[in-house]
Design a protein around this ligand. Structure first.
Ligand code: F6P
Ligand code: MG
Length: 286
């Protein structure tokens, strides 16, 4: 398997083409269903619907061996064995109720799941903001697109994080942060050049970092040592893209891409952003 496998491009193109439809399909699906996902979160109607839509489409692509999602416990195994796709169909779906930003996150691996981030060959996300955009990392470079009615238009190639980091956003309840993390946050926010940006959907907050430079973290918590975010569906894809854009990722001591998974739905403390911020963070958490 190499990054030039046409299955990779098919997966990216299918997600891009499906985005307008997913966006439209959110209407009338903002309620919850009486089910929890494998991480114990109440599912929205739209979570289940977007997962079914992407599961059907991505698992029927030639060369896709597996479709796995945050919203289902079992992997769809197709019998093919070239690429393996992990998806968070609607990241930040608790924002449906208030009509705020959400996204679709994907990782394309060349090893069966669960796999370490070092097995990623491409990753990215769709952002359902005022317009629909996509960021995609492949071959060590990041491209941004605008998505309209099935069309994917390049708006920027070789995207890198801006040199002067501007924004920060940190998830989890502050009383549950560890003291060393809290002190690190204080240093970041005491710099008058830095601004808080936090919207409750990881992908919206990470996209702020990609656009303006800075840091997003959902750290280890006193009551949740592995934080909240899922390694296969969220941590790895985000880390792969931010690293391809010249930034760094960390679970607190190493790149997220080096974390060995033990289970498909493993969580990981996630910190991504400009290298200098992540270096400082690792020093602070030592
Ligand atoms: O996917 C999990 C998620 O929705 C992220 O998008 C977001 O960063 C986080 O949960 C917010 O969770 P909470 O509001 O529970 O801190
Ligand atoms: Mg999510």
């Amino acid at each position: 398997m190499t990054v030039s496998d046409p299955a990779v491009e098919d997966v990216v193109a299918t997600i891009g083409r499906s985005a307008t439809e997913i966006r439209q399909g959110l209407i009338g699906r903002r309620g919850t269903v009486d089910e929890e996902n494998p991480s114990g979160e109440i599912q929205a109607e739209a979570d289940v619907w977007a997962d079914e839509l992407l599961g059907d489409r991505l698992s029927s692509i030639d060369g896709v061996g597996q479709y796995a999602s945050e919203e289902r416990s079992e992997i769809i195994d197709t019998g093919d064995e070239r690429v393996y796709v992990a998806v968070d169909p609607l990241d930040g779906s608790s924002n449906l109720k208030s009509n705020n930003t959400m996204g679709t996150v994907f990782g394309i691996y060349d090893e069966p799941l669960p796999a370490p981030g070092s097995a990623l060959v491409a990753s990215g996300w769709v952002l359902y903001g005022p317009i629909t955009t996509m960021a995609c990392a492949q071959d060590g470079s990041v491209t941004k697109y605008e998505l309209t009615g099935g069309e994917r238009t390049v708006v920027e190639e070789d995207v890198t994080l801006p040199d002067d980091p501007l924004v920060y956003g940190f998830g989890g309840r502050v009383p549950h942060w560890h003291d060393d993390f809290r002190e690190y946050v204080r240093v970041i926010e005491s710099n008058p050049d830095h601004k808080l940006r936090y919207g409750g959907a990881m992908i919206g907050d990470v996209n702020q970092v990609l656009t303006y430079g800075g840091i997003f973290a959902y750290p280890a918590l006193e009551d949740n040592p592995r934080g909240k975010l899922r390694l296969q569906f969220e941590g790895n894809p985000i880390a792969y893209l931010i690293e391809a854009a010249g930034g760094r990722s960390s679970d607190g001591s190493q790149s997220i891409l080096e974390v060995e998974p033990t289970d498909l739905h493993d969580r990981v403390p996630l910190h991504v952003g400009n290298a200098e911020f992540i270096d400082q963070l690792e020093d602070a958490l030592e």
